[in-house]
Design a protein around this ligand. Sequence first.
Ligand code: ADP
Length: 445
Amino acid sequence: MMNTYPLLVSQDLVFRAKETSLQSSVSVMVYSLSGLEQLSEENVAAAMAVVEETGLSRILVTDAAGRVLYDTRETNGAVGDYALYTEIVQALLGYDAFTCTYHDGAFRSWASSPVLYQNQIIGAVYAYEYDTEQAELLEGLQSNLLRLSAAVGVVVLALSLLLSVMLTKRIGRLLTAIRQVREGAYSHRAEIPGHDEIAQIGEEFNSLTDRLQTTENARRRFVSDASHELKTPLAAIRLLTDSILQTDDIDPKTTREFVSDIGSEAERLTRITEDLLRLTRLDSGVLEPAGTVDALPVLEQVMRMMSLVAQEKGVELTYHAEEGCVVRGTRDELYQVIYNLTDNAVKYSAGAAVQVRLEKRGGQVVLTVEDRGPGIPEEDLPRIFERFYRVDKARSRAAGGTGLGLSIVSDTVRRRGGTVEAANRPEGGAVFTVRWDAEKGGGQT
Ligand code: ADP
């Protein structure tokens, strides 16, 4: 493009300049012949002698039949012959003709015009120019352009090579990092300097790997915690059965005690596996289709159930609930949330009062469960919703806890777009607050 376009434009310019100059020379000659009634070798020669030197390579003047009357070529002149060149034929038919070509380092141009006497064609003037001067200029331009484009080509090639080497090196680093992480080296990070798109992909990849590592760590901890939790009751069952089997003359009362302990451990195992299954279902993201649930009857059911447990522990359990608190979810999910929070409050409040409130605030339904127990140490508050996290392991176990209750609450609530938070009351005791968007309508009960 760089070479051809300027050349074609310059060539075209030269063609046009040639057409103008050659045709004006022909016009001058036609003018000098214009007074003649008939053309003959003599009168044409006389008229042409007056025409100034034109510098043209050849000039021919023919009569109306195309016979040459005048020729500037000294050797092999065509005077007396018929010169039926295309341009001459055109001129004898009454037209001006012009042709120009450029090849073999020269411009060749031909022009012709008819000579008229009283509107009768009496002959034709034909001029031919052979020009190497302008052709040389054009060739100079062409070779300069060639050199220039070769230089540009080399620079472009070098730059693109450099760029592609830089690019493939950086992509290579990213690929290595992806492969390493795929093989399980989650701590590997892609080190890509700069701020361009590849560096940004590297950063995105690193943050993705961070998340992957966090998830993987959480999964490993969960599996190890879960196996540990399951191992403890299983070990107790094993110990109790061994004691019964290996002790001779064991009295029936002790046997009954041991078997009852085995029963409680089995119950504990059941609770843990039920909670684990619930969490796995929540993790899988396959939720039961959500409807709307009126929270009041569910809360009342939990309170009826928990009042017996509270009574047994000497806890004063009171509640205050508004009507028309409708939330998104299923009845079982809501029951589980209210139950787990109230159960914890009763379990950990050490005989003090527990108050549950359900109310509508703004566009939200708010459930608060507060107790007057020892509360939760500030440093444990951020981790309280983690799986198997307990402030006091022994106490939680003794109280029959699995360490999964609050995780189930938080996962269930979050899956339905709600929030849950834990805090300590200034007067002492813990308070858990759950917020859902309030739904319209009666909701299923
Ligand atoms: P657990 O089955 O042990 O009760 P949770 O997930 O329900 O497990 O609770 C996690 C831990 O949070 C408990 O072990 C307990 O230490 C603490 N906790 C929960 N609720 C309360 C509360 N109302 N008062 C004090 N501590 C609490």
